[in-house]
Design a protein around this ligand. Structure first.
Ligand code: TA6
Length: 315
């Protein structure tokens, strides 16, 4: 079973406007509202791929009804710990004239020690060998990086596979616990290594250091520039598929969904990488944080061309 763990879910409000005029009253004529947060977006795309996952994590008690109705309508199973307060609203401003995308992400509700204990107890009861756990997104107030460190450690001890997608200190501390897969974007990767984002060799050689430390697969997303996939025995690069971008939100989550689904189906690394690129392209072609449909993903899959392929010869 695949489980996604979202410690800091969000109601994603995508606002479309010709051009944002700061300091003035701006009127938007189009707005979409979706249940989001990184792990939950991963569950949405796994569903589109025909897979099944259970969404775990925290959810604000005070506005849970709308959120749960949205997930029920998408037939996504969940088992959240309900915490005091509201699930945050993250705002994505899409300026259609200049195609500028601005995210305003809030901190989120504050979780208490008892909430964290309940989550650990639930996951401790649930996790089994070969389950796939996706730990993805920011930490809400009250939860520090140790939560991710201890979750990864516990899951690895249970023989579960861990896919980790976080940034900043959480990423720096989490990689030391050797999750099976990480999916940083290039800016997050640059928190780990001082690389030139235009120098593929520097990116691959830095990623190899993490592979040598015990991480099995690293997918580094680079937006329109494409993505790099480094595993124990190869590295791959491909440019992003040509697509009319409607919303960049959730592209990375769609890649994580492809990796999770691909691992659950025992797909090979090249197929996983291609599926991840296709999912990201199909996602950005959709407005808001709507997951792409399977047929849309398959259309993009046919267009994916690997640009570079390198064998990693271990000395
Ligand atoms: O990647 C898109 C997304 O999952 C959105 O749902 C948005 O709310 C944001 O990421 C949340 O990310 P954060 O890192 O703040 O947890």
């Amino acid at each position: 079973m695949i489980y996604t763990v979202t410690l800091n879910p969000a109601i994603d409000m995508t606002v479309y406007i010709d051009e944002l005029k700061k300091g003035q009253v701006n009127r938007s004529n189009h707005c979409l509202i979706d249940a989001g947060g990184k792990g939950i977006n991963v569950s949405k795309v796994i569903k589109s791929l025909g897979g099944k996952s259970i969404a775990l994590g925290f959810l604000g008690n005070d506005n849970k009804d709308w959120f749960l109705k949205y997930l029920k309508n998408m037939q996504i199973d969940y088992d959240f710990i309900f915490v005091d307060g509201l699930t945050r609203t993250n705002i994505k401003i899409v300026e259609t004239a200049q195609k500028v995308y601005t995210d305003l992400n809030q901190n989120g509700f504050e979780v208490k020690k008892k909430d964290i204990s309940l989550l650990f107890e639930k996951i401790d009861r649930t996790a089994k060998t070969d389950d796939i756990f996706v730990l993805s997104g920011s930490l809400p107030p009250g939860a520090d990086e140790d939560v991710y460190v201890e979750l990864i450690r516990m899951l690895k001890q249970k023989g579960a596979k861990v896919i980790f997608d976080a940034d900043g200190k959480a990423l720096e501390r989490g990689v030391l616990e050797k999750p099976d897969v990480i999916k940083p974007n290039i800016h997050e990767f640059k928190c780990l290594f001082d690389v030139d984002e235009n120098d593929l060799n520097s990116i691959v050689s830095s990623a190899r250091k993490l592979i040598e430390s015990g991480i099995k697969k690293i997918l580094i997303s680079m937006g329109a520039k494409g993505a790099v996939f480094v595993t124990e025995n190869m590295w791959l690069f491909a440019k992003a598929a040509e697509v009319e971008v409607k919303s960049t939100t959730g592209a990375g989550d769609s890649m994580v969904a492809a990796i999770s689904y691909g691992l659950s189906q025992n797909m090979d690394d090249v197929s996983i990488f291609k599926l991840a690129l296709a999912c990201a392209a199909a996602k950005v072609s959709k407005e808001g944080v709507k997951p792409p449909e399977k047929n849309e993903i398959e259309e993009f899959l046919e267009k994916i061309k690997l640009e570079r392929l390198g064998e990693i010869k271990w000395i």
